[in-house]
Design a protein around this ligand. Structure first.
Ligand SMILES: C[S@@+](CC[C@H](N)C(=O)[O-])C[C@H]1O[C@@H](n2cnc3c(N)ncnc32)[C@H](O)[C@@H]1O
Length: 196
């Protein structure tokens, strides 16, 4: 079965545009077939981003893990002036993020990486609407390994739906992190994880 993170060179292209505004700043994102939430900003991603921005309008070094077309990382860069890196295993998502970086006039790095495979640096913040469809083992691996790529006092922010096993994922992560539930809405839970 094909998933949105599969690198399928045969997949046809039907570029579409998605608008988003944060307070008075407007954004336009290019999206396409074969990427996550291709027709609209995902509710969970928007909720995660806006919870994050409410708490952190200051500049940080940020990694957007599983960036899709770059929504979370690009908005954080524009609104907070943070030094942002975006990665995704899906080449089309990375290409769209490149287009969206140019279009939003932000200085964001983006490259293909299967989880942390190509990550060489550490960050103050890792933020992710993580890939659920990869299965619980890989999902937990991505969330647990984030520790190795966080600076001292670093934080991981993530969103997960109750019916996607939020409670059991958090229970597992509590072996490695102190977890705080920042907010919940429509069955989506936003968490912040620290490990010091
Ligand atoms: C739930 S989507 C979120 C996308 C985007 N951040 C957004 O908010 O629209 C999860 C993303 O993780 C990516 N992904 C799946 N497996 C991955 C892996 N092993 N390493 C990196 N990214 C992965 C998918 O391609 C997808 O873009």
């Amino acid at each position: 079965m094909e998933h949105y993170f599969t690198n399928n060179e045969e997949l046809k292209s039907e570029i579409r545009k998605i608008e988003y505004s944060y307070k008075s700043t407007s954004f336009l994102f290019y999206s396409d077939l074969g990427v996550f939430s291709k027709d609209r900003i995902d509710y969970g991603s928007k909720f995660l981003l806006e919870c994050y921005l409410e708490e952190k309008e200051s500049a940080k070094k940020v990694l957007d893990m599983g960036c899709g077309y770059g929504f979370i990382g690009i908005v954080i860069s524009k609104i907070t002036g943070s030094n942002v890196t975006c990665v995704d295993v899906n080449k089309r998502a990375v290409h769209l993020t490149e287009m969206n970086i140019k279009n939003s006039c932000v200085n964001v790095k983006v490259f293909v990486s299967d989880a942390y495979e190509n990550i060489k640096e550490k960050y103050d913040v890792i933020i992710t609407n993580p890939p659920i469809r990869v299965g619980k083992v890989k999902l937990l691996d991505i969330l647990i390994k984030a520790r190795e790529y966080l600076n001292k006092d670093g934080e991981m922010w993530f969103v997960i739906r109750k019916d996607q096993g939020a409670k059991s994922v958090v229970k597992e992560l509590e072996k490695y992190y102190m977890i705080e539930n920042i907010d919940k809405s429509k069955g989506f839970y936003v968490y912040k994880a620290n490990f010091n």
